[in-house]
Design a binder for this molecule. Structure first.
Ligand SMILES: NC(=O)c1ccc[n+]([C@@H]2O[C@H](COP(=O)([O-])OP(=O)(O)OC[C@H]3O[C@@H](n4cnc5c(N)ncnc54)[C@H](OP(=O)(O)O)[C@@H]3O)[C@@H](O)[C@H]2O)c1
Length: 335
């Protein structure tokens, strides 16, 4: 009887003990997380600092005391020059076109010659371009030039700078996009480059984990109103590239409507780069950075989290609800 009583009391306390241990561990983890990595004696290299996320991140890191190497396509341009004006002497602008081996090697030499005592803490592969067009309106060169910057640019700089980041047991950050996993009209070339980038970053994370290097992927949604990413291409530019056969299928009026729709959709996005820069800073300074940061509205978060698990037939059919798909079917006389 006493044994039964003892067992009942013991079993009764197990869930309470487990909850207490869980809460305690959470508190310890939170306290640990809060400490974060400071900038003192550490350098970060950011690509694509002429404008947008890269420029803002470079400024934010400078204010946190990091030595910042800000890779710019045009160091004499207004973006780079205003960054220099607004920053401390610890920020150095480098001429860095990520498609050029010699510029990457020259930048590496400058970084190595100017490293602070704790070395190169992180590289942020942020340089990128975007464009839109249906697959039949594009040629292989459109795909190649996009991948050359968004994908091979990041691979080139990673291979060059990884030994320095490995020595510091630091961070590699890759700026991807929701289009790495979400497929829709007009975004094929961009999706190809960003999906490739994520495959590269995922493999890198596995390989560098044992060296103590952490890899994070940033997945912004629509922030085109907050950066310079949007191309000022017209429907006429696209139309003029089409051959005669395709001009018979994709009429010019449709291309104008598609162009207007694309631009108006872009206008509905975030007007500030703040959420992306905050996520980048977390990836660079938190003791436990996330492997992926999805940056979309709360409602879209639910959709994008579910989307990869939907059967393809269901995911594809969701597009039927979009007004643009109906307009496309009507204007191109599709069933
Ligand atoms: N904004 C969005 O909605 C959004 C959404 C998802 C992902 N992203 C990604 O976020 C990253 C940053 O883009 P952003 O939105 O901040 O646009 P952005 O303002 O155009 O910034 C992109 C930066 O990359 C630079 N760049 C272009 N080609 C380069 C090259 N060959 N070598 C080095 N730098 C180069 C650009 O220089 P120039 O200014 O001189 O061209 C610019 O400084 C990109 O990877 C982009 O794909 C953006």
């Amino acid at each position: 009887m006493t044994l039964v009583f003892f067992l009942a009391r013991f079993i009764g306390t197990v869930p309470i003990t487990a909850v207490l241990v869980f809460v305690l561990l959470k508190l310890v983890a939170r306290l640990h997380r809060r400490r974060g990595v400071d900038g003192l004696g550490r350098a970060v290299l950011v690509m694509g600092c002429d404008s947008g996320f890269g420029r803002r991140l470079a400024g934010a890191l400078d204010r946190r005391g990091f030595v910042v190497f800000a890779g710019c396509l045009s160091p004499d341009g207004e973006g780079a020059q205003s960054l220099i004006r607004e920053s401390s002497g610890n920020l150095k602008v480098l001429k860095l076109d990520v498609t050029k081996d010699e510029e990457v090697q020259r930048a590496k030499k400058t970084v190595q010659d100017n490293l602070p005592e704790k070395g190169l803490w992180a590289v942020v592969n942020n340089a990128g371009v975007s464009d839109w067009a249906e697959i039949e309106w594009s040629n292989v060169e459109d795909y190649r030039s996009m991948a050359d910057i968004n994908l091979f640019g990041a691979i080139r700089t990673t291979i060059a700078f990884l030994p320095l980041v490995r020595a510091a047991k630091g961070r590699m950050v890759f700026v991807s996009s929701i289009f790495a996993f979400f497929h829709c009209l007009n975004m094929a070339a961009y999706s190809v480059s960003k999906r490739g980038l994520e495959a590269f970053a995922d493999c890198l994370r596995v390989e560098t984990a044992s060296f103590g290097v952490k890899v994070s992927i940033i997945q912004p949604g629509n922030f085109s109103g907050a950066t310079n990413i949007l191309k000022t291409r017209t429907a006429l530019d696209l139309w003029e590239k089409l051959d005669e056969d395709r001009k018979k299928v994709f009429n010019r009026r449709y291309m104008e409507v598609a162009n207007d729709y694309f631009k108006s959709t872009c206008e509905t996005g975030f007007k500030t780069a703040e959420p992306v820069v905050t996520a980048m800073l977390h990836a660079l300074t938190a003791p436990g950075p996330k492997s992926r940061y999805l940056l979309v509205s709360a409602l879209d978060t639910v959709f994008f989290k579910l989307h990869p698990f939907l059967p393809t037939v269901l995911a594809d059919s969701l597009f039927c609800f979009s007004s643009m798909y109906r307009t496309r079917a009507e204007m191109l006389f599709l069933k």
